[in-house]
Design a binder for this molecule. Structure first.
Ligand SMILES: NC(=O)c1ccc[n+]([C@@H]2O[C@H](COP(=O)([O-])OP(=O)(O)OC[C@H]3O[C@@H](n4cnc5c(N)ncnc54)[C@H](O)[C@@H]3O)[C@@H](O)[C@H]2O)c1
Length: 515
C-alpha cells in the first residue's frame, strides 16, 4: 500500500520520501513505483514528461530521521498496534509541531493510535483502497481529537492525488468497510443455511446484482484467515454486535487450512489453475403470449415485470374482471392472501419472497417463490415440497421470456440477493444514523472503493424503502434474531413517507437515479 500511496503523492506534485526500515522493501517499493509510472506512460495514461517528473520527486529515506521536514506523514506499516505506536512515538520526536500524522490502517481505531501521541489533534486516518493508484477513493477518518487543520490537509492531499474524498467518523471499519460487512457475512449465512452453494451466491451477485465479483471469490482473494481476523475485530470492537458475528463456517475453513487462493483451496479449488467462472448466457427473451398473465401489486417489482411482460408479448389479465379464465400464471408481488376468489386466481402462482419466505407466504400451498431486482438478468426461484410442477415450469418460462436466467435456491425472505442487498442498505442506514458518514459518501465510497455497481442507499431508494423494511421485517420474523433488526433511520424514513424514488426523497433528497 505504501508504494501505491507514494506513487499518488509523487504524481500530485509533492516531494515524496518513501521510508521502510527494511532496505530491500524500500528498494522494491521504489522500483515498483518507477515501473508503474513507466507503464502508465507506455499505455498513454500519463505523459512521458509527467511520469519522469513524478519519478524525480521520489526519494528514498532509509532512516526515519530523513522525514524531519515533512508536512504530512502517511504510515502504511503492518497492521499491528504496538508497531504503529512505536512508529508514531518516533515520528513525534522528529517532525515539526505542524506536521500531520496520518494512518492508512483499515481496522485499528484512530483513537487507539492518537491516544499515545502528545498531540492527538494532528492524527487522522487516510484510508486508501487497494490498489491505491487504481481505486479512486480516499476515506478521511476523524479521530476523537483530530483538528480541522489536520483533516483539511488530509482532504486537500487526497484531492491533489485526484482521489474522490469522503469523510468518516472513527469506528469499526470506518464507513466503507463497515457498510460492506453484510456482503460477506450474509453470503456465509446463506451457505451455512444451505439456501445456496457458494458458486450460486457468486453467480447471483454477478449476474443478478451487477457485482464484479461474488462474495466467495472475494473472500478467497483476500484470504479467509484475513477475513476472519477482520470479523473478529468488528465483533470485539462492538462488544458483540449480532450483525457482525463472525461465521463459524470461516473458522472451520481456517482450521482446515483452506485459506483461499494463497493455499490453493478456499471456497474454490485453485490447484488446477485459476477459478474463472463462465456465466451462462441469458435467455434471449420474448415469445410471450400464451397468457393471460396476472401480475399483482403496485410496487417497483410489479411495475418492472408488467413492463417486461408487455415487451415480451404477454397479454395481461385485468384483475378487476372476476369472470376471467384461470390465469396462465399469477405473478404475485404482494405476497398476502388474495382478497376474492376470482377464476383467474386459480392459475399457477409465483410469489415474490420479500415479506416472508415461500413457506410463510404460502404454507403448504402450490405456489413457487421468486426474488429478482427490478432490472436484472437473473431471477431466483424457490419451491417447497407442495409447490406444483406446473408453477415451476411456467415461472421459468415466464422469466425466461423477460430475458432472466432462473437460479433455483432454498427458501428464505429475499432469497439470496434480496437478503444481501437489503442487509447492505440496512448496515448503511445504521452507519448514517450513527453519524459515521453521509448517504452521498456511503454510496460514493462503495462504488469507488469497492467497485459496487451502485451505492446501497441509492439501490434502496430505487427499490423503495418500504420494500427494504418489509424484507428485513420478514427476515426478523423468520429468524427472530437481532441481526435483522431494521435501522431506526430506515423505519423513520418509511414512517415519514420518504420511500425513495417513488416519493422523490428517501436516503437521498432528491433521490438520484440508481442507474
Ligand atoms: N493491503 C490492503 O488491501 C490494504 C488496504 C487499505 C489499507 N491497508 C493498510 O495499510 C497498512 C499496510 O498494509 P499492507 O498490506 O501494505 O502491508 P505490507 O505488509 O504489505 O507492507 C508493510 C510495509 O511496511 C514496512 N514496515 C515495517 N515496519 C515499518 C516501520 N516501522 N515503518 C515503516 N514501514 C515499516 C514493511 O517492511 C512493509 O514493506 C496496514 O495498516 C493496512 O491495514 C491495507
Amino acid at each position: 500500500m505504501g508504494a501505491g500511496i507514494a506513487q499518488l503523492a509523487a504524481q500530485s506534485g509533492a516531494r515524496t520520501l518513501l521510508h521502510d526500515p527494511i532496505g530491500d522493501a524500500l528498494e522494491c517499493g521504489l522500483e515498483s513505483i518507477r515501473a508503474a509510472l513507466a507503464r502508465s506512460a507506455e499505455r498513454g495514461r500519463l505523459a512521458p514528461d509527467d511520469a519522469d517528473a513524478a519519478a524525480g520527486r521520489l526519494e528514498a529515506a532509509p532512516s526515519i530521521d530523513a522525514l524531519a521536514d515533512c508536512e504530512l506523514v502517511i504510515e502504511a506499516a503492518p497492521e499491528r498496534l504496538e508497531l504503529k505506536h512505536e512508529l508514531f512515538g518516533a515520528l513525534e520526536s522528529i517532525v515539526s509541531e505542524r506536521c500531520v500524522l496520518a494512518t492508512n490502517t483499515s481496522s485499528l481505531p484512530i483513537a487507539a493510535l492518537a491516544g499515545v501521541c502528545a498531540r492527538p489533534q494532528r492524527v487522522v486516518g487516510m484510508h486508501f483502497f487497494n490498489p491505491a493508484p487504481v481505486m479512486r477513493l480516499l476515506e478521511v477518518v476523524a479521530g476523537p481529537d483530530s483538528d480541522a487543520v489536520a483533516l483539511e490537509l488530509a482532504r486537500a492531499t487526497g484531492r491533489a492525488m485526484a482521489r474522490h474524498v469522503i469523510d468518516a467518523a472513527d469506528g469499526p471499519g470506518f464507513l466503507v468497510n463497515r457498510c460492506n460487512r453484510p456482503f460477506g457475512l450474509e453470503a456465509l449465512r446463506l451457505v451455512s443455511e444451505r439456501i445456496a452453494e457458494p458458486e450460486q451466491v457468486d453467480r447471483i451477485c454477478r449476474v443478478g446484482g451487477g457485482f464484479r465479483m461474488g462474495p466467495f471469490e472475494l473472500m478467497d482473494l483476500v484470504g479467509i484467515d484475513t477475513g476472519l481476523e477482520v470479523a473478529r475485530s468488528f465483533f470485539a470492537q462492538s462488544f458483540g454486535e449480532p450483525r457482525w458475528r463472525p461465521s463459524p463456517l470461516t473458522a472451520r475453513m481456517v482450521a482446515a487450512g483452506r485459506l483461499g487462493r494463497k493455499t490453493g483451496r478456499g471456497f474454490y479449488d485453485y490447484r488446477g489453475g485459476p477459478h474463472r467462472p463462465e456465466d451462462p448466457e441469458l435467455p434471449a427473451g420474448g415469445g410471450g403470449g400464451a397468457g393471460p398473465l396476472a401480475i399483482i401489486g403496485g410496487g417497483v417489482h410489479a411495475e418492472a415485470l408488467r413492463a417486461g411482460a408487455g415487451a415480451a408479448g404477454w397479454t395481461l389479465a385485468d384483475p378487476e374482471r372476476t369472470s376471467e379464465e384461470p390465469a396462465w400464471l399469477v405473478v404475485d408481488c404482494v405476497g398476502g392472501a388474495l382478497e376474492d376468489d376470482a377464476a383467474w386466481q386459480s392459475g399457477p402462482r409465483v410469489v415474490l419472497c420479500a415479506e416472508g419466505s415461500l413457506g410463510m407466504l404460502d404454507p403448504a400451498g402450490s405456489a413457487v417463490g421468486f426474488y429478482t431486482l427490478p432490472s436484472s438478468g437473473l431471477v431466483e426461484l424457490t419451491r417447497t415440497q407442495t409447490s406444483s410442477a406446473l408453477a415451476s415450469q411456467r415461472a421459468v418460462e415466464f422469466f425466461g421470456s423477460l430475458g432472466r436466467l432462473a437460479e433455483w435456491v432454498g427458501d428464505a425472505p429475499g432469497l439470496v440477493l434480496g437478503r444481501i442487498v437489503c442487509q447492505l442498505a440496512n448496515e448503511a442506514a445504521f452507519a448514517v444514523g450513527e453519524g459515521i458518514g453521509t448517504p452521498a459518501d456511503v454510496d460514493a465510497g462503495m462504488r469507488l472503493g469497492l467497485n459496487h455497481p451502485v451505492g446501497p442507499l441509492a439501490r434502496a431508494d430505487a427499490l423503495g424503502l418500504d420494500h427494504v423494511l418489509e424484507l428485513l421485517e420478514g427476515l426478523g420474523e423468520e429468524y427472530r434474531e437481532e441481526r435483522y433488526r431494521p435501522a431506526p433511520l430506515l423505519r423513520r424514513h418509511v414512517l415519514a413517507g420518504r420511500l425513495g424514488e417513488s416519493t422523490g426523497a428517501g436516503f437521498h433528497d432528491p433521490t438520484p437515479s440508481a442507474g
